[in-house]
Design a protein around this ligand. Structure first.
Ligand code: GAP
Length: 446
């Protein structure tokens, strides 16, 4: 973990929030490369969950919601963790996460546990009294449930169908830590899949498979991923059944995503509290029913961390250490780097043209400072899948060299075919496949 934290800071993936003021506990800022990686993770989720399916639509609801929402959902009453405080040093801990009966920091006596609600409160409007209290949402899911009838009426979807949303959530966690794993402000990617009662077990299994494979297809190693069923005592107040997708983080197996069978809990609760009909007319059975809900709920920040951890690699090349991120091309912040061999004025016009052509279709970076070896290292360390080099021969034969991050192999490609070659490689074409006029790989370039 220390290596990832240090790389993230050094290369501009993640910074401590408000660092110049000493930092704000458990809040993080994503830097120029981190924001690209995070967007790519979210885009990959949206593509898999919304664009590639006929049965799921998207939504983007407000963070602030009517306070009744959280009464109906059970968050006001039950979204709490047991808190104990050390009577000597006053540090607070989550009682259910403590192994010992005394303060782990100073050995002092602990108070009796009391339930601590994790929702952040704020005030709406200029009057800071109880009547104006609203909460920062602790999950995005409730925005979906309260819009169930709006989406149904406007899309005319039939069961089974899903509504997906991603966005910020806030929890006043008692204990945070492990970098971006547990913070007080984070992002979720959630989908509520509405099904006919009695078909929920089938769809639960469907979503367990889909979600597990999503991580594998984007580069998480199978041996580092598992599905763990919740025991009865662990189940959230709304859940009929739940599995965690767990990843083997450096601190041990921990939750990446929860997949829950929520039954009809949420629609029943919101119908009761709002007085609105949230049922669905089942044409086949000619009756009104309340759908059951399967919910895959993933954390963006935890996914980013897992992808980074599994991508990180170190190897020795020609007696020198090479640090690289073997990120899936879809996730890599920069897809291709253009590196003229030097700043020689003969090379620059061609390098500029190549860069212009590549950035039309891809996220490209131009770098002409320091030695070519150093520039390769910099791109390896941020996970750029391909580097394109323009040398003096390029000016003669209009060919450029493409270097593959993972194998260090090189191919020589006509400049006119470069953009198409790069997009084919990014889409999964084997590196050794050459475009017309290309030259077989030339060996390794470190
Ligand atoms: N709507 C259901 C729900 O919110 P959850 O298991 O509490 O379920 C879902 O949260 C996911 O959100 C978790 O699997 C995790 O990836 C992410 N998450 C929850 N709390 C988090 C925190 N404090 N920091 C970072 N991510 C968090």
């Amino acid at each position: 973990m220390e290596k990832i934290v240090s790389l993230c800071k050094r290369r501009g993936f993640v910074f401590q929030s408000s660092e110049i003021y000493g930092g704000l506990g458990s809040c993080w800022d994503y830097g120029p490369l981190g924001v690209e990686l995070k967007r790519n993770v979210k885009d990959a989720w949206w593509r898999a969950m919304v664009h590639e399916r006929d049965d799921v639509v998207g939504l983007d609801t407000a963070i602030l919601m009517h306070p009744q929402v959280w009464l109906a959902s059970g968050h006001v009453g039950q979204f709490a963790d047991p808190l104990v405080e050390c009577k000597s040093c006053h540090t607070r801990f989550r009682a259910d996460q403590l192994q010992e009966s005394r303060c782990p920091d100073c050995g002092g006596d602990l108070t009796e546990p009391r339930m601590f609600n994790l929702m952040f409160k704020t005030f709406m409007g200029p009057v800071a009294d109880e009547a104006a209290v609203v909460y920062l949402r602790p999950e995005t899911a409730q925005g979906i449930f309260v819009n169930f009838q709006n989406v149904l009426a406007t899309t005319r979807k039939k069961l089974p169908f899903g509504i997906a949303q991603m966005g910020k959530s806030f929890r006043n966690e008692i204990t945070t830590g492990n970098f971006i794993f547990r913070s007080r402000e984070f992002e979720q990617m959630e989908m509520e899949y509405f099904v006919k009662p009695g078909t929920d077990d089938h769809w639960f299994q469907h979503w367990l498979d889909q979600r597990f494979n999503w991580y594998i297809n984007l580069g998480v190693k199978k041996e580092n991923l598992r599905l763990r069923p919740h025991g009865k005592e662990e189940l959230a107040h709304y859940a009929k059944g739940c599995y965690d997708v767990e990843y083997l983080f450096p601190m041990g197996w921990s939750e990446l995503e929860g997949i829950a069978n929520r039954g009809d809990y949420d629609l029943v609760q919101h119908a009761k509290h709002s007085g609105k009909d949230l049922s669905y007319f089942d044409e086949e059975a000619s009756q009104r029913i309340v759908p059951n809900v399967i919910e895959p709920s993933a954390g963006v920040d935890r996914s980013v961390l897992a992808f980074l951890l599994d991508a990180y690699d170190e190897e020795t090349v020609e007696k020198e250490k090479r640090v690289l991120l073997r990120l899936h091309p879809l996730l890599a912040p920069i897809k291709v780097a253009v590196l003229p061999l030097s700043r020689n004025e003969k090379l620059i016009p061609m390098a500029a043209d190549v860069f212009k052509a590549l950035r039309r279709g891809s996220v490209a970076q131009y770098d002409d400072s320091q030695s070519i070896g150093r520039r390769y290292r910099r791109q390896d360390e941020i996970g750029t899948p391909y580097c394109v080099t323009i040398d003096f021969q390029s000016i003669e034969d209009h060919q450029v060299t493409v270097r593959d991050r993972d194998s260090l192999k090189q191919i020589r490609v006509p400049a006119a075919a470069l953009a198409e070659t790069i997009s084919s490689k990014l889409a999964g074409e084997p590196f050794d496949v050459l475009p017309p006029g290309g030259t077989k790989w030339l060996g390794f370039d470190t």
